[in-house]
Unconditional design. Structure first.
Length: 377
């Protein structure tokens, strides 16, 4: 055996030992994070879920200081590792924005804040794949939904059922964070295909083009069979944003507008806003989206065209009547600026943004980015 051979073997052994050590450290860290997560869920599961809604990196990538902040303040509704505070221009808060809706007999009801969905009896933080109901075992097995595929597939079903999440981008990001995977790992691509092949979900990619801006969004929603499976697993099934648009806003007849509304809501959520699609507005035609962050509460119209006619001006005036100004999302900067000019001519102030500018920032890096890019009086 030559000296070079001995050296190469020794170097190989050292590298192998170092790799083993790193893997052991990573495994220990993951086990500690899971332990801390279970303890945090037991202490204040609601606040932990709120933190995860605000930041997909929580709690998997919390620092020691962020863990300490959570456990030191168990009863405070603080934003732990939140999305941060963007420098968003604030529209004057209207009296009507906080007005309580009235019932048919004129009595005021309790004001409601928009929520993604009702609280789930099963925490996603401590989620584990459920036992497959006997009725569905053959179907799932036939379409490859076993072992890891079922683990990820059941996570997809859970999020679609209990949170009403539709965008694959958002589903993949939440599950990747839960599984300790890198962003856009595509760990849910095959399970979603399996679920669609099994007839449990409808998966569809919507596309739109406006000027030189093109975009697409892959969406998924439960079928009747998918809802039946989720109910058999004792998961509450809520109406998703996509389903609400289909039911209330001609979602099938206007696929481009549907895409734009869902994409805007998605991009608002990742920036720390709570969203509600086609919100209920007492005695008024519902706007496309309601977004809420802190003391800001804005009804938003997602507008793909730039007609500048009387009908559109009436729409802007209706929106302004709700909140003392408009909030508009356009497809790109050019359309955004034309819509702003129309509002200025009508002497209506407000805020505006556009999808092209919003998506220019990568999804997983957008948490500290502003939602609005134009304000006028």
């Amino acid at each position: 055996m030559t000296w070079e051979t001995v050296y190469e073997r020794s170097l190989g052994d050292l590298l192998k030992a170092e790799r083993t050590r790193r893997e052991a450290i990573q495994a220990d860290r993951q086990a500690l994070v899971e332990l801390l997560t279970r303890l945090a869920d037991q202490q204040d599961g609601k606040r932990l879920e709120d933190a995860r809604h605000q930041n997909p990196g929580a709690p998997q990538h919390w620092t020691a200081q962020e863990w300490a902040a959570f456990f030191d303040r168990p009863q405070q509704q603080a934003h732990i590792a939140g999305w941060g505070h963007d420098e968003t221009p604030k529209m004057a808060q209207p009296e009507q924005a906080d007005r309580r809706p009235e019932t048919e007999d004129g009595q005021q009801t309790e004001a409601q804040s928009p929520v993604v969905g009702p609280p789930s009896p099963v925490s996603f933080t401590t989620f584990s794949p459920p036992v497959v109901p006997y009725k569905f075992k053959g179907l799932l097995s036939q379409h490859g939904l076993t072992d890891l595929r079922w683990r990820r597939g059941s996570m997809l079903l859970f999020l679609m059922a209990t949170r009403g999440t539709n965008a694959h981008l958002e589903l993949d990001a939440v599950i990747a964070q839960r599984e300790g995977l890198s962003y856009r790992s595509n760990s849910t691509k095959k399970p979603l295909e399996n679920l669609a092949a099994a007839g449990l979900v409808i998966a569809e990619t919507l596309r739109m083009e406006s000027g030189d801006f093109r975009t697409a969004l892959k969406l998924a929603r439960l079928t009747d069979a998918g809802r039946e499976l989720c109910q058999a697993l004792d998961w509450p099934v809520i109406e998703s944003d996509w389903e609400r648009l289909l039911r209330l806003h001609q979602g099938l007849e206007q696929p481009k507008h549907t895409l734009a509304v869902l994409y805007f809501a998605l991009l608002a959520r990742v920036r720390g806003w709570t969203t509600e699609i086609v919100p209920d507005v007492a005695g008024k035609t519902a706007p496309d989206v309601l977004v809420v962050k802190g003391d800001q509460r804005l009804y938003v119209e997602v507008e793909l065209g730039s007609r500048g006619d009387e009908k559109q001006t009436a729409k802007w005036q209706h929106l302004a009547d709700l909140q003392d100004g408009v909030a508009i999302c356009a497809p790109n900067v050019n359309v955004r600026e034309r819509l702003v000019k129309d509002c200025q001519l009508a002497k209506i102030g407000g805020l505006a943004t556009d999808l092209a500018t919003l998506v220019a920032k990568k999804y997983h890096e957008a948490q500290n980015e502003p939602l609005w890019f134009k304000e006028w009086k």
